[in-house]
Design a protein around this ligand. Structure first.
Ligand SMILES: NC(=O)c1ccc[n+]([C@@H]2O[C@H](COP(=O)([O-])OP(=O)(O)OC[C@H]3O[C@@H](n4cnc5c(N)ncnc54)[C@H](OP(=O)(O)O)[C@@H]3O)[C@@H](O)[C@H]2O)c1
Length: 369
């Protein structure tokens, strides 16, 4: 027997980009074939979400969100593993069932192909799927069951803490894609943003030696101190970006040639030099995961040094499953090493402001519903 769903619930809906969200009460969807209804408990707020709402391509109206953590309350008739009551991770990447290469990010972007745009516009998910909502209708395959007893019991994570940590999936997707091995030396550039500092954390958990690059010496020192406090054996070094490509590359090379570069440059900036510096410091045959808006790549350097350059958008289901195994094994910080600010849906304006400032290692802003 499935519990009764409330006829209505509240959600943050965007109808007008300039006006921002409206907190609306709307009918609760029911679970049909291929979907589950999840009571969202907590959903993280991406640090640059105000920019997303203003500029990313997606049709209106739409429900805000990214991914989230919640409890299954109803499942469609074709569900064979999910059941009401289960705590699940809800993933925002919606893939076309007849072409997984076409996908959009619920609450974020419609994607870049005709198929992904069609899926978001006409696929029936946009109106009902979004994690800034008390109840949401999710594709079954986007619900990943969590080991609640281990994560929240033995390891002591709160649900908002878990929600803040799921942004690590993005850099994990890139690092896994370029096959980072324990012992590799990995430069993360830049390294003090929301997703990028998560990249530092994940690379350390994967057993890499990490060289974090950023403009601010103070922020880098704080990042190193935070990481060492949470994981005393973490192998982390820092390099300040000065803008002098050769000097910054030499500074990286002082730690030995790099095996891997993880790039996560914000799309809102230009004239950056860190990707070029980092690529110059790679060993022959080094690997690069480009996940942001990299600039200044020199094709000749790539060719002459046998560099493997891979772009990566998000991650796949196997990455998600593997990531939660790492989390369950206790490979990430807990307790006082996490500083998560929580907000109610009605506090969305303040929440988006705080999310922009309160990003970085161990930090995050989360809606608690
Ligand atoms: N491929 C994917 O699937 C995927 C998924 C999610 C996000 N992304 C991309 O990842 C990007 C980064 O995400 P995020 O959360 O880390 O963003 P963020 O929090 O906005 O990033 C801020 C970081 O960028 C640095 N920065 C800002 N301006 C700079 C400049 N002019 N030169 C050098 N560094 C500069 C900041 O350094 P300071 O501390 O010095 O200010 C800080 O390290 C996003 O913009 C998005 O495009 C990609």
């Amino acid at each position: 027997m499935q519990p009764e769903l409330p006829p209505h619930h509240r959600a943050l809906i965007l109808e007008d980009r300039a006006a921002g969200f409206e907190l609306k009460t709307r009918p609760t969807a029911t679970a049909d074939a291929g979907s589950a209804i999840v009571r969202i408990a907590a959903a993280p707020i991406v640090s640059y979400y105000k920019h997303v709402l203003r500029h990313y391509p997606f049709p209106l109206p739409f429900v805000g969100g990214y991914s989230g953590i919640g409890r299954v309350v109803a499942v469609g008739p074709d569900a064979v593993a999910l059941a009401p009551g289960q705590l699940v991770y809800v993933d925002c990447v919606v893939r076309a069932r007849d072409d997984p290469d076409a996908f959009f990010l619920s609450g974020v972007i419609e994607g870049f192909s005709e198929g992904s745009r069609k899926l978001m516009r006409d696929g029936g998910w946009r109106e009902t799927f979004g994690t800034f909502a008390e109840y949401t209708r999710v594709p079954l395959e986007n619900c990943i069951p969590l080991n609640e007893a281990r994560l929240c019991g033995e390891l002591g994570y709160s649900v908002p803490e878990l929600a803040s940590m799921i942004i690590m999936l993005v850099p994990y997707g890139g690092l896994r894609d370029v096959k980072v091995e324990p012992g590799d030396t990995v430069a993360v550039c830049p390294a003090t943003g929301g997703f990028s500092s998560a990249g530092v954390q994940v690379a350390v958990a994967m057993g890499a030696r990490v060289i974090a690059m950023a403009r601010s010496e103070g922020k880098l020192a704080a990042l190193k101190e935070h990481l060492r406090a949470a994981a005393p054996t973490a192998d982390i070094e820092t390099v300040v970006i000065t803008g002098d490509v050769q000097a910054d590359s030499d500074a990286l090379r002082r730690f030995g040639p790099l095996d891997v570069v993880l790039e996560l440059t914000p799309g809102t900036v230009s004239g950056t030099t860190h990707t070029r510096s980092a690529l110059k410091a790679l060993r022959r045959g080094g690997r690069v995961s480009l996940m942001g808006s990299a600039e200044g790549i020199d094709a000749m350097e790539i060719v002459t040094n046998d560099i493997v350059l891979r772009g990566k958008q998000m991650y796949g289901r196997e990455d998600i499953v593997q990531f939660f195994k790492m989390l369950e094994r206790g490979l990430f910080p807990r307790g006082s090493h996490l500083d998560v600010r929580t907000f109610k849906l009605e506090e969305w304006k303040e929440a988006l402001d705080v999310a922009a400032e309160h990003a970085g290692l161990g930090k995050g802003a989360v809606f608690v519903l």
